[in-house]
Write a protein that binds this ligand. Structure first.
Ligand code: ATP
Ligand code: MG
Length: 385
């Protein structure tokens, strides 16, 4: 007899989505699709693996993602490939490759797994799902506002709007950041003693010892040029007009190099330190960085696991999977008929889906197919009540 083998388990931080959970995923995905199509967004499907250089060039070498989090490997030809840690770079790569950015604007979305070698904890996984939105060819600020209006609508539609808060900031242009950086470096120079080596290299360290010192540092929002300032003002004007509340967070920087002007995050305090459910911003500069002609781009990505974790915290009766018809077959004859009837019901009533319960009031011995069909038809006509 074969020796009992040890069972192989999934990779740490990579999760199975079990059958009882998939209805929640479908529910969220279909809400997202519906909102996206209402705003005229088209889906783009992208490879999960890209050349490592794509991420090095776009995300930037001195970032957490590229330095520590990428799943990079050599394929059999010796090329360095990477499991995508995010979708923005691949989406732009595809659009440049297929010439989609020549004098056109695009509203696109993609969906799928992303991979980052992080320390797994609740809300932080090594394989996680993002739904990303990217738009090209629009300088804004109205498209910047649309990003926020669209996401705001999705939160309302799935019932989490009162659990999330919008934070916004402007990162200005690269020239403005350069000027600001000089001011900041000067400020840090005067406070060298409290800085560790890593903080010096990045300027966005999350080291708690630095918080107080950072609190006093000059902020970019106060050093924007006129155009960036007006862009940001126009965005906040739309948000005000639409009664969308926001917090101006001058410390909101995003971890990636390629952002400029508008950045935003939707955050919640209900998920501990993994509180950002959606994050994005403008990244005009990335297009040239990846070999395209100067153009405009803004997008965001939401973390599906975190959104579902937020949804699961309150009454989710609306999500509970249910059944329209549950057929109990007793006896040999019934078993045979049950299978046939089930198929005939699927032919006659394609709209019959497993969503809500229905009691069929009939004696097993007297019910016939026509009666059953009539009852179910009536049920569907009554809007499933
Ligand atoms: P964080 O600050 O939480 O590390 P991030 O800035 O690295 O987030 P982005 O690259 O902006 O995240 O990704 C967009 C969204 O994807 C995040 O707001 C979050 O909801 C989700 N996300 C990012 N990393 C993970 C992860 N490891 N596990 C689950 N969701 C994630
Ligand atoms: Mg991160």
């Amino acid at each position: 007899m074969a020796k009992q083998q040890q069972a192989i388990q999934a990779i740490r931080g990579m999760h199975d989505i079990l059958p009882e959970q998939s209805p929640y995923w479908h529910w969220l995905e279909s809400h997202a699709r519906q909102v996206l199509s209402a705003y005229g967004y088209q889906e783009i499907r992208l490879p999960i693996v890209e050349k490592t250089d794509l991420f090095k060039r776009s995300i930037g070498e001195v970032t957490d993602i590229v330095e520590k989090e990428m799943y990079t490997f050599e394929d059999r030809n010796g090329d360095s490939l990477t499991l995508r840690p995010e979708g923005t770079a691949g989406c732009l790569r595809a659009c440049l490759e297929h010439g989609l950015l020549h004098n056109q604007s695009h509203r696109l979305w993609y969906y799928g797994p992303m991979f980052r070698h992080e320390r797994p904890q609740k809300g932080r996984y090594r394989q996680f799902y993002q739904l990303g939105v990217e738009t090209y060819g629009m300088p804004g600020p109205d498209i910047d506002a649309e990003m926020i209006l669209l996401s705001d609508r999705l939160w309302r539609n799935i019932g989490i709007r009162n659990r999330v808060e919008l934070q916004i900031n402007s990162l200005g242009t690269s020239e403005e950041r350069a000027t600001y950086r000089a001011k900041l470096v000067e400020y840090f120079r005067q406070h060298l003693a409290v800085l560790d080596e890593d903080s010096l290299r990045r300027l966005d360290s999350k080291n708690p010892d630095m918080q107080a010192m950072l609190g006093q540092a000059p902020v970019l929002l106060d050093h924007l040029g006129e155009e960036s300032r007006q862009h940001f003002q126009a965005l906040t004007d739309v948000l005000d007009a639409m009664h969308i509340q926001y917090t101006l967070n001058p410390r909101l920087v995003r971890g990636l190099d390629y952002y400029g002007k508008t950045v935003f995050e939707w955050v919640t305090d209900a998920l501990g330190s993994q509180g950002t459910i959606c994050a994005g911003g403008r990244y005009d500069g990335l297009i040239e960085q990846l070999g395209g002609k100067a153009n405009h781009a803004i997008g965001f990505a939401m973390g599906m696991e975190r959104i579902l974790a937020l949804v699961e915290q309150f009454d989710t009766a609306v999500l509970k999977p249910n059944t329209d018809v549950y057929m109990i077959r007793v006896g040999e004859q019934a078993e045979k008929m049950g299978l046939i009837w089930s198929e005939k019901l699927r032919d006659a009533l394609p709209a019959l889906i497993a969503l809500k319960p229905l009691r069929i009031e009939a004696e097993q011995s007297t019910v016939n197919f026509e009666q059953l069909l009539a009852t179910l038809q009536q049920y569907l006509n009554n809007d499933n009540l």
